[in-house]
Every structure is written in structure tokens, then in C-alpha cells.
Design a protein around this ligand. Structure first.
Ligand code: ADP
Ligand code: MG
Ligand code: MG
Length: 512
């Protein structure tokens, strides 16, 4: 009874504190949409970006293989000014993050749950099946790892339908990323860029109505949180002279976001980072008789993956073997195989079923806080729920998104494309997908800066909260915290939102 009371009280208190959708929408400033009058902002912003490393490698010109391309940089696409997010929702998901870190740690350590959930995917998804097999092989070997390091990002859209002005805006979870969550460094710096532009220009000419106060721009520790987390895990490894390997994609453009992590490790913690692809890991690293992994005589304490989440990261057996070399060694991989699997969209869907969060979180009030950010998630398999979901999605496709077990953006199916997809896929293939209710975030008229030009656009923002977890071999928690945030903003007429995939810009939140 006590628990039930707490549970109702908590949610009630949150609702009391929140402003309504009407208030949130009305309290937002408005930004001028005539970009011809905003040209002076371009030099200020682009030059600030260049001098603070908010840059990407220039896109590879097709067919060109010139060395200068490595040195050709371009400013990262950014929003010119911050985008509104309800303050109470922002604070709520920040506070939720340690609970989610703990939840996913428990999921990753529940072997039975992982097996039954991932087996329900069937054989259609070769990639997930391969990662799962590696997880089973590793278990068989009883590999000892001195630490677990989690670098997560929980992503949200704000559900605040203009048609329901009396409703309370709600942050709803899009997904929980456990592997290669990117843009932590650039995101923190874009917050600084917006603070700079506000202080220098007052955003004069851009703000048409309302205002922006510096106190509405939250500080963001995501520039340092990942390096600090890796360093905490590194020290559990027990060799201060060891190195970190960052496993990267060979043609990565988002190099500087990664270099900032490397800089943090070096300047604050005196830890050296070596960048390698999975193929290079196989080529250059060796295992000694004590299961320790070395590169050129230096022991590798941590392998931080910024690759390995997509089938394209494993074009040949070499890359798979490179990953296996790390996984079977004493080196702490970030994420470990169980964490990688726990981040699958199938896990997210099963978690939303009645009683499943409660399997991992005893306190009902806390479980409710987690559930509060879920929207409807359904299987598309041959169970009764799955068959019902297929029918619902076919008759109401505009309310849903269909997702395969993929990461990195660009794989989902929306609206009118859903029924033909459901028709085309075999029952076996459908087991590899999930159905998710569409979150309709409110549009906002913003100005984006991409390739040196400004674009006025109605946009939608996706908020990501980083989570940092470190525990030792005995399971004792060393770090469990939120690690700053990311705001990505995209035109509201496109569904998908990846910056790397070319859909979105990096932004920062304006707390309203
Ligand atoms: P990925 O792992 O590829 O990033 P996501 O689940 O994040 O997959 O989906 C990619 C993008 O699709 C998101 O960034 C978001 O813009 C959009 N999206 C995903 N799920 C939803 C949803 N339920 N409602 C609205 N948009 C969504
Ligand atoms: Mg993802
Ligand atoms: Mg995503």
C-alpha cells in the first residue's frame, strides 16, 4: 500500500509542477525567418566553430582519393539559436538517467531475459544473431573483465500536441543507445556557441518576439563526461601505463567529436588513445598467455567502440575477428556484448510490456517513472499481440513507425510506406521488426546553418541524455550518472533525425 501511495504521489507531483502545452507553446520566443537579414551571424558562427573544433571532415568527393581530403574540414551543421524544450521535462529525464543506466545494467546481466528476448527475433536478422552468438561464445569462455563501462544515450521527443492545449508536455523515449552514442563533444560546444552568440549579439534581428535569458541555457558536461567515465573504468583495469583503443570506422567524418574524447583522456587523465578500425585491431593487436591484449608492446585496457553497430562495419570476416579478439581478451570493451544487445529495439519493445520493467526495478514508483516516458511498442510476430499490431498498423499507418534492429539512422518505415512493407515481409522476417507509436513533437520556426548558408525551417528537436556507468568486476557501482545532453534538430517535414545521416543539425536546448 505504501508503495502504491508513493507511486501515485510522485506522478501527481510531477504533473502539478508542469506547465500546460498551451503555456509551453506560448512562452517560446519566435525567430525571424527572413535569412537575408541574418547574414552577419554566419561569419560569427562559422569562425567560432572553426576556432573551437565544431567541425567535421569534408564529405569525400566521389572517386577522389587525394590526401588533402583528410585535411579538408567543414563546420558541423548547427542551429543558429537554441530550440525550446519544457524545463520540467528536461529536468525529469536528466534525473531519470541513473535509473535507466541501472535498468540497462540489470537487463544486460539477466542472461535468461536476453536469451528469450533475442531468440524471439528468429533467424531473420543475421547481424543481431552474430553479435548474440559472440556473446554466447564469450560466456562459454568465461572471460574475466575487470570493469563494465557504459556510455549510453537515451533519446526523447516532446509530446505536446497543439490540438490539446490543456495537456502537459511529456518527454517520450525514442530509443536507448548503448553503442557508439555520438555528438557528446560537439553538442556541449554548440551550447557554448549559442551562449557566445547571445552574449555578443543579443540575437538582435533574430528574436522577433519574446526573449532568451542566459539562465535558460543549461550547462552541459557532455564534453568531458565520456572521457571521465572511460578513465574511471580504465583505473579499474589496474595498469596505469596501458592505453585506450578507440575503434572507429575507416571513413569517419565525425572525427573531431571523437578527438575531443581523446583530448579529455590525454589532458585530464594522461591516458593515450590509439585509433584503430576493427580490421586494424586484427592486424596489429596480439594476445599474450594471460589474455592481455597489446598493440606495439602497449597493453590495451579499454576498447571504446565508435564503430560496430551496423552490418556495414563488418564488410569481411576480418572485422568480426578483430572484434572477437577484443571480446575474448581482458580488455574492457565499451560497450560489452551484453550491453550492445540490451540496446536492441526488440529489448525496448519487450520492456514496454506489462510487468517487464518491474522484473528489473522493485520499487513501483520508480518503475512508473520509467514507464511514464514509454509510448506504445508492439511486436510484429505471429503471437496474438503481433497479429493485432500488424492489423492496427495497416489500418492506421500514420500513427506508427516500423523499426528493424538497426542503429545509425535511416532504417525506419513511416506512414504510407508501412502497409506495403508489412505485405512484403515474410512472417519470419517480421519477427525482426517492431512497431512503435509515432511521437508528434511540436514544430518550431528556427534558422539552421549548414555549409555556410542559413535556412529558415519549421523544425522538430530530439533531446538525448547521456548516461555514464562504471562498475567493477564484483558488480560494485563506481559511477552512475547522467553525462550531459544533446539536442538534434531537423526539418519537421522529414521523419528521421540523424546528424551523421545528413538529416539533422546540432542544437542546444532553451529551457521554457
Ligand atoms: P536509430 O537507432 O537508427 O537512430 P531511432 O529509433 O532513433 O533509430 O529512429 C531514427 C529517427 O526516427 C529518430 O531520430 C526520430 O527522428 C525518428 N523516430 C524514431 N522513432 C520515432 C517515434 N516513435 N516517433 C517519431 N519519430 C521517431
Ligand atoms: Mg540508435
Ligand atoms: Mg536514434
Amino acid at each position: 500500500l505504501n508503495q502504491l501511495c508513493n507511486r501515485t504521489n510522485l506522478l501527481y507531483r510531477i504533473r502539478q509542477m508542469s506547465s500546460t502545452t498551451r503555456e509551453f507553446l506560448a512562452n517560446r520566443p519566435t525567430y525571424a525567418q527572413d535569412v537575408s537579414k541574418l547574414q552577419p551571424f554566419i561569419d560569427l558562427a562559422v569562425d567560432w566553430q572553426a576556432s573551437h573544433g565544431v567541425v567535421l571532415r569534408a564529405p569525400q568527393l566521389s572517386g577522389a582519393d587525394a590526401p588533402w581530403l583528410k585535411a579538408a574540414l567543414t563546420p558541423a551543421p548547427v542551429a543558429l539559436a537554441p530550440s525550446p524544450i519544457p524545463r520540467t521535462e528536461f529536468e525529469r529525464v536528466v534525473q531519470l538517467q541513473p535509473i535507466l543506466n541501472q535498468l540497462f545494467h540489470r537487463i544486460a546481466n539477466d542472461h535468461e531475459f536476453l536469451v528469450s528476448t533475442l531468440e524471439s527475433l528468429g533467424s531473420a536478422d543475421e547481424f543481431t544473431a552474430r553479435v548474440f552468438k559472440m556473446y554466447l561464445d564469450q560466456r562459454e569462455l568465461n572471460v574475466e573483465k575487470p570493469a563494465v563501462i557504459g556510455v549510453h544515450r537515451s533519446d526523447y521527443l516532446i509530446d505536446a500536441p497543439a490540438a490539446e492545449p490543456a495537456s502537459v508536455p511529456r518527454a517520450k523515449q525514442v530509443e536507448f543507445n548503448t553503442i557508439a552514442a555520438s555528438f557528446a563533444s560537439l553538442s556541449s560546444l554548440v551550447g557554448d556557441l549559442h551562449r557566445f552568440l547571445l552574449a555578443r549579439t543579443g540575437y538582435e534581428g533574430l528574436i522577433e518576439s519574446g526573449s532568451i535569458e542566459p539562465s535558460q541555457l543549461p550547462t552541459n558536461e557532455s564534453l568531458t563526461s565520456i572521457a571521465d567515465g572511460i578513465a574511471a573504468g580504465f583505473s579499474l583495469y589496474g595498469n596505469s601505463g596501458a592505453v585506450v583503443v578507440m575503434v572507429v570506422q575507416p571513413n569517419e567524418r565525425n572525427v573531431y567529436d571523437q578527438r575531443w574524447v581523446e583530448t579529455g583522456l590525454w589532458e585530464k587523465h594522461h591516458i593515450k588513445t590509439i585509433r584503430l578500425s576493427f580490421a586494424e585491431v586484427l592486424e596489429k593487436c596480439t594476445l599474450d598467455e594471460n589474455n592481455r591484449l597489446f598493440i606495439n608492446g602497449e597493453e590495451i585496457a579499454v576498447a571504446y567502440y565508435r564503430s560496430g553497430y551496423a552490418p556495414t562495419d563488418f564488410p569481411t570476416e576480418q572485422e568480426w575477428q578483430g572484434r572477437w579478439l577484443i571480446e575474448k581478451s581482458r580488455t574492457v570493451s565499451v560497450p560489452n556484448l551484453a550491453y550492445h544487445l540490451a540496446g536492441c529495439k526488440k529489448i525496448q519493445q519487450v520492456l514496454a510490456q506489462p510487468g517487464v520493467v518491474e522484473r528489473f526495478i522493485d520499487d513501483l514508483g520508480t518503475a512508473d517513472l520509467v514507464r511514464e516516458c514509454f509510448v506504445g511498442l508492439y511486436p510484429l510476430d505471429e503471437t496474438k499481440d503481433g497479429q493485432d499490431a500488424v492489423q492496427t498498423a495497416k489500418s492506421n499507418p500514420d500513427k506508427y513507425v516500423v523499426k528493424p534492429q538497426r542503429e545509425g539512422g535511416g532504417y525506419n518505415t513511416y506512414g504510407g510506406d508501412i502497409p506495403p512493407l508489412l505485405e512484403k515481409l515474410s512472417a519470419e522476417e517480421l519477427r525482426g521488426y517492431i512497431l512503435m507509436e509515432l511521437i508528434k513533437a511540436p514544430g518550431f520556426k528556427s534558422v539552421l546553418l549548414r555549409d555556410g548558408a542559413l535556412f529558415a525551417s519549421e523544425v522538430v528537436s530530439e533531446l538525448g541524455i547521456y548516461g555514464i556507468w562504471v562498475s567493477d568486476a564484483s558488480g560494485s557501482v563506481v559511477v552512475n550518472k547522467h553525462g550531459g545532453h544533446l539536442l538534434r534538430t531537423k526539418s519537421s517535414d522529414v521523419y528521421e533525425g540523424g546528424v551523421a545521416a545528413g538529416f539533422a543539425v546540432i542544437d542546444s536546448p532553451l529551457l521554457v
